[in-house]
Write a protein of this length. Structure first.
Length: 252
């Protein structure tokens, strides 16, 4: 049976905090330490970014001409728009109150993944960027918690994305280690013996979405959750495997 365990007692994370030690303490107090086969720890992007010092003081940001033009179109803070452009490789859509870009990591998302909610008291003039390399961050965290070469234990770094043609946000994986983020089942047979031709499972996204049932999206103050009892397929691939290459983009 799969169980989802929210981690409640994680303190406000600051730049330079040893995130692995904080999470180990929380897991221990919840009776979930040590980690064991079938465990996946889902950590929100927010605390990962905070620990890595990805906070930016907006007063230090000087908007350029493109940012000023986009700010006028979107009615957003020009300093925030400037940060979005620095974090992005392309602007996908800009209309009043909406700015969708392709992040430098390949994700198509609102505001370049930059967040200003739940980043801590007294931080109204700051913005939080995504980790520089979420897959690497996940690997480093897994090694620190379970040791290099640990098998059957995973880490997922989660964020919240909207989806084209669907209302609402869901949890998605922007970083992963210790599990195959994308499980390719093409070539297998279904129960009727028909060959699967296109089936690929976004396993890390499924895990991230499940965890958000416990972590929430607002003032819940639950920035991590442990999924216990999973049967992880063999192999490993980071969340970068989930990003569809530009040459396969059918909607440009």
């Amino acid at each position: 049976m799969i169980a989802i365990h929210p981690l409640f007692d994680i303190p406000e994370i600051r730049a330079g905090d040893h995130l692995a030690a904080v999470l180990r303490d929380s897991l221990t107090s919840a009776g979930l330490w040590p980690l064991k086969t079938g465990d996946v720890l889902v950590v929100t992007q927010k605390i990962m970014s905070k620990a890595e010092g990805r906070m930016v003081d907006l007063s230090t940001v000087q908007p350029g001409e493109e940012a000023l033009e986009l700010a006028a179109t979107t009615r957003k803070d020009a300093r925030l728009v400037e940060l979005v452009l620095r974090e992005s490789s392309a602007v996908v859509r800009a209309v009043p109150h909406v700015l969708i870009t392709r992040h430098r990591l390949g994700h198509v998302m609102a505001n370049g993944g930059i967040d200003r909610s739940n980043i801590g008291p007294g931080e109204e003039e700051r913005a939080l960027l995504l980790p520089v390399d979420p897959d690497r961050s996940a690997r480093e965290l897994l090694d620190a918690l379970a040791g290099p070469g640990a098998a059957g234990i995973g880490i997922v770094v989660s964020d919240s994305f909207g989806r084209p043609w669907r209302h609402g946000v869901v949890g998605v994986a922007i970083g992963a280690a210790g599990l195959p983020a994308l499980v390719d089942r093409r070539g297998e047979e279904d129960r009727d013996g028909r060959r699967l031709e296109v089936t690929q499972i976004a396993l890390a996204d499924q895990i991230a979405t499940a965890a958000t049932l416990a972590t929430g999206e607002g003032a819940e103050s639950v920035p991590a959750a442990l999924l216990r009892g999973l049967t992880l397929p063999p192999g490993e691939s980071g969340a970068a495997a989930l990003v569809r290459p530009l040459e396969e983009d059918l909607f440009r």
